[in-house]
Design a protein around this ligand. Sequence first.
Ligand SMILES: [Zn+2]
Length: 584
Amino acid sequence: MEKYFNNYKIFYFLIFFTLIYFQSMFGQLTIPSDHQLQSIIEKLQNGRIEELTVKDSEGLPDKCGLSLMFELQQNYQYFSSEQKSMIKKLLAPTERQKSVIVGNFRIHYDTSGIHTPSMLTPSNERMLTDKNYVKNWLDSSRVITQFVDSTAQIFNYVWDYIVNTLGYDTLRFEIGDNAYNIYISDLSYYGEIRWEPSSPLNPGQIPSRYATWILIDNDFMDVYTPSRGLPGLKVTAAHELHHAIQLGGYGFRDQDRYFYEITSTWIEDVIYDNINDYYQYIKNSAGQPRGHFANPGKSFIATDWVIEYSRAIWGKYIQERFSPAVMRRTWELMGIDSINQNSIKSLDDALKQINSTLKIAFVEFAKWNYFTGNRAVPGSYYSEAPNYPLIKECSTIELIGPSRTYTDSIETFSSLYLPVLYQGKKVTEIINNINFESASNHWILPYRFNYILSSTKVDDSYRDLGNGVFVMLDVSDPWNWSIGGLITTTQRSVVVFPNPFVTERNKSIQFLLPSTKDITSKLYVYTSNMELVFSNEYLINNYEPKINWNVTDARGNVLNSGIYLYVIILNNREHVGKFAVVRR
Ligand SMILES: [Zn+2]
């Protein structure tokens, strides 16, 4: 009897865990509890009184508020009618003291109180509170108007770019309105998109589409340092307006938030190539990897408030490998009235139209993500690759005896970079999970694999890794896996970026250095006649070894057009190369 009882306990335990497992696997399977619903309303309230800045564990401010709106929309049917009217009130924008219509936009703003917009001083303080800039009523009115005018000009430019240059669906106004509404608010983060969950533009159809409105910060003072002020406003306009077009033109797909963020973050860089706000999601201030570069084994469809933004690089890959139109085609397919046409299916269909597939592209994407930082190859892979961090690799495994098995697991649609050492030669293997069925069902699951290494070619299922080791991936479903691009680890020499250096476009040249333990490095620059024009010694950050130089001579003058020679002393070696300066 005792034993019987124990078995029952184990049985219930198993059922319990299976339920939890399936719930996390399929997301919203069960009806949300009253507590969960209440907590969504509380988050909305907190956002409303604008006291809370949602921050992830790494301290990055919430980019755009889309996750809360997704949570709200997903659970909307379960709220009581009192809760629904509460939500309606909480969502309704606060009317500002003034509004102005410019082109397609109506900008709502205050001229007194905490929400008053302000330009920033060169030291990133609000001009309105700086007596050097604002001495009287006229000055303050000018500073406010400048922010409002910039907002209007930037939003109209972004609209035109997304619709007329990139070919996306047009932006939808709220029913009965003749302009799109922007509310300037004191947010202490970038911006927020909102819509009324009870009023889709296309009732009864899938996916439902919504008219939206946008809240933006009133100064962009508390954002990623390089984006403070107008650059922050520009990327926010691109990011939020693309969300508006996603929701108004192609609709709400509740499991695909990752793809809404990938696209919006990528679009920032398409429209404003020289603002790189997305770098904060791929590396920290010390240059160490973050987001995708820190967690390549995390599912492509996952969201954690960092990784979905970091995967703007997926858009960069699609744009530079194929065309930005493949991203737009994906959205067009997602807009089709069918529950099955989710982001994964649509990506695959869009890639098939240009003779690729999602599986093939994903394996190639994993390879692109290896050739970054000081592994960047000029003219290949990402154009901005030298600025990206190195992707996180596993600890090196070494084959010493005749064979060895490495066992690990990675999530649905993700990659693992495994350095393999044999007789002193190291090669990095990329193992990709490409389980399409799992991804298109939104299952984020860990998948186990055995990676077998052998000093001899046991049979035809083994292949030569390139350093004398024969390898084989031992899985029951080989069609869901790929041992991707085979990579020989080479010690690269110095990479110069950008080259040519164009004075009107570029601020500085970066010399990306090979990995090093040196803490200083010397740079010498010569003309083509071997006249020394510049020399200096630099401190080196070992995570991201590079020299940043503003391309001026010893007197501080920008160099003339021409070909120059550099010599960099590092690791007891002279690294010599050339670069061009174009001065217009
Ligand atoms: Zn977003």
